[in-house]
Design a protein. Structure first.
Length: 363
């Protein structure tokens, strides 16, 4: 009988980690249609230069100045709702949207701002993307930021987002920090890996000064509540001094407290999902399951060798299960293949378990 899985097992290619979408108030350009750009100059040719009063173009320029490589720009336009703009992100191919910024949304009235941000968080959760938020433009000091964090208008405490305070001054203009922060995410991803916390002395923001300086106690207090503070440090300039998700308050005790861990898991999930699509067309039986174990295991081993897991051995770093114990006969009858992937992103033998499902042909 012919072995239907005798051909080489397709390897899993890593998806991107820092392709960033900007949904915002660009000065011109197509409306509700994402456009891919790879430089600030390209952005300005299509969506307007830095002489425009709109914040979005300035944030994109700050993104590229801080190490960003690929951006998707989507103009909300006059009379075009923010939610419509967020829905239009579905036109971006799978795996090509990793980070999302909303330049200009910080000026919306409180209730509308929360509504837009929560819609963006829902989109990110569905797309395995991560939202970078600016504080409302009315917030000008640490005390006001703390009141906002503790109030009803604060966004949903999602692990797929983070907020940064305060605004920054770039070329004598005050803008939200998310564009610059996204650029540093991209730069740190490229040189140290998505699992590295985008914070500290290496997370210096280029050509940006703070609109207000939080004291060390204020910074520590906000950090404990899941707000990432930008600080000005002697010898380092303006740096990101926090790596908490929106779910990262100490009181919440979330397993998704830290940006680096959450983004690593999103990256692994998306890479495995995209890299095992071929299983849809294979008989759902042991030969396929063995190939899945080999393909996913090889991918995770490469991450282990790159330093993604602080463990001494592969056994302590990850596991892959895909067999009759994870995929029942009912699953097979329903065309489902289920694998369990465990990783130890914090310390050895402390696993976060992912349940990943693919469609597969009945044997």
């Amino acid at each position: 009988m012919r072995d239907e899985m005798s051909r080489p097992v397709p390897p899993i290619a890593a998806v991107g980690t820092s392709h960033t979408a900007f949904v915002g108030d660009f000065a011109r350009g197509p409306v509700a249609q994402p456009v891919r750009v790879t430089s600030a100059a390209e952005s300005q040719r299509t969506f307007g230069g830095l002489d425009a009063p709109n914040e979005a173009g300035h944030q994109v320029a700050s993104f590229f100045a801080n190490g960003g490589v690929v951006a998707w720009l989507l103009r909300t336009g006059r009379g075009t709702g923010w939610k419509r703009g967020i829905r239009a992100l579905d036109a971006i191919p799978p795996g090509a949207l990793n980070l999302l910024c909303l330049p200009g949304a910080s000026t919306l009235p409180s209730a509308r701002h929360k509504d837009v941000v929560d819609a963006a968080l829902s989109h990110c959760e569905r797309r395995r993307a991560f939202l970078l938020l600016d504080p409302p433009s009315t917030i000008t000091n640490a005390g006001a930021m703390e009141l906002y964090r503790n109030g009803a208008g604060f966004p949903e405490l999602s692990p797929n987002g983070a907020i940064y305070f305060p605004d920054v001054d770039v070329a004598d203009r005050r803008i939200g920090p998310s564009g610059a922060v996204a650029g540093r995410y991209a730069a740190i991803d490229a040189c140290r890996g998505v699992w590295t916390a985008p914070a500290g002395a290496d997370a210096r923001l280029a050509d940006a000064t703070l609109s207000v300086q939080a004291t060390a106690p204020e910074s520590n207090d906000l950090t404990s509540k899941g707000v990432n503070v930008l600080r000005s440090l002697p010898g380092s300039g303006t740096v990101i001094w926090g790596a908490r998700t929106l779910a990262g308050a100490d009181a919440g005790a979330s397993e998704w407290k830290y940006v680096g861990i959450r983004r690593l898991v999103l990256f692994i999930e998306d890479s495995i999902d995209q890299g095992t699509q071929w299983a849809r067309f294979e008989p759902n039986a042991e030969p396929l399951w063995a190939s899945i174990r080999l393909s996913v295991g090889t991918f995770l081993h490469e991450l282990f060798r790159d330093g993604a897991f602080p463990a001494n051995t592969p056994r302590d770093a990850y596991f892959v299960r895909c067999d009759s114990g994870t995929t029942s006969q009912t699953d097979i009858d329903n065309g489902s293949l289920i694998m369990l992937v465990g990783i130890a992103p914090v310390k050895p033998a402390e696993f976060v378990v992912l349940r990943i499902q693919q469609r597969a042909r009945r044997p």
